[in-house]
Design a protein around this ligand. Structure first.
Ligand code: ADP
Ligand code: MG
Length: 241
């Protein structure tokens, strides 16, 4: 194609094509994978393990968490997770969660997805439905409306629900030393309702959600998660990775 007679005419399209190809690559939207489940289920542990494995498979990965994930949302996290157990009603918590979530989506999740990166979020919208709605009693009409108005295009492509007996999760969580214990302190019945709520969400949306048995070793849970991700999102491990 290239010719010395009309260098600019022949070269320019080639450059344009390359630029276009780069644009198409940049514009392929990323994926949003959310991790859900009760306290101590292993979400934070598993998100780190999956991120490592996906990076080895050649993906650009952003790991983040809720409530929080952006500076504004992290400030709201402090309000939500510390202090007296009854500091907020479930209704007020729902509003705070969604204020934080919107900031997180606008500033972190959506830009990353637009760059083609894969976002792994430690909790997302299902946690509001389970904690504030099913276990806390905040009206589902409120949660439905906020979800519809707030999430925009940030809908999870895959949600991994880590499931294990409530007592096991709380015992694991109790071994961590941290100040964010407001929800851990809510009592066994609350956490039982949570577990049931997450399972009900998975049952209602089987195309999006996979329940992962989380009682086994870290490695066994990581393997089940990897199978779900490979299966649902078509990721393949690189040779030797
Ligand atoms: N499969 C597992 N078996 C035993 N302990 C685990 C397992 N996964 C995580 N843990 C430990 O349990 C605690 C809670 O795990 P974490 O990942 O923080 O849970 P979450 O983020 O869901 O609250 C941590 O101390 C972690 O090291
Ligand atoms: Mg965690």
């Amino acid at each position: 194609m290239s010719s010395n007679l009309t260098p600019s005419a022949t070269r320019r399209p080639a450059l344009d094509n390359r630029a276009e190809a780069a644009n198409v690559r940049a514009m392929a939207r990323g994926r949003l994978i959310t991790f859900e489940g009760g306290e101590g289920a292993g979400k934070s542990t598993q998100i780190a393990m999956l991120a490592e494995r996906l990076r080895a498979a050649g993906r650009s990965i952003v790991t983040t968490r809720e409530p929080g994930g952006s500076p504004g949302a992290e400030s709201i996290r402090g309000l939500l997770l510390t202090g007296e157990v009854d500091r907020w009603s479930p209704f007020t918590e729902t509003l705070l969660m969604y204020a934080a979530r919107r900031d997180h989506i606008e500033r972190v999740i959506e830009p990353a997805l637009e760059r083609g990166e894969w976002v792994l979020s430690d909790r997302f919208a299902d946690s509001t439905r389970a904690y504030q709605g099913a276990a806390g009693g905040a009206p589902f009409e409120l949660i439905d409306a906020l979800e519809a108005q707030t999430l925009g295009a940030a809908r999870p492509d895959l949600t991994l629900i880590l499931d294990l007996p409530v007592e096991v999760g709380l015992a694991r969580a109790a071994e961590r030393s941290h100040a964010e214990v407001r929800f851990e302190a809510k009592g066994l019945a609350f956490h039982q309702r949570l577990r049931e709520a997450f399972r009900a969400i998975a049952e209602a949306e089987p195309q999006r959600c996979v329940v992962i048995g989380a009682s086994g070793s870290r490695e066994a849970v990581a393997e089940a998660i990897w199978r779900a991700v490979a299966d649902r999102l078509g990721v393949q491990q690189r040779e030797g990775a």
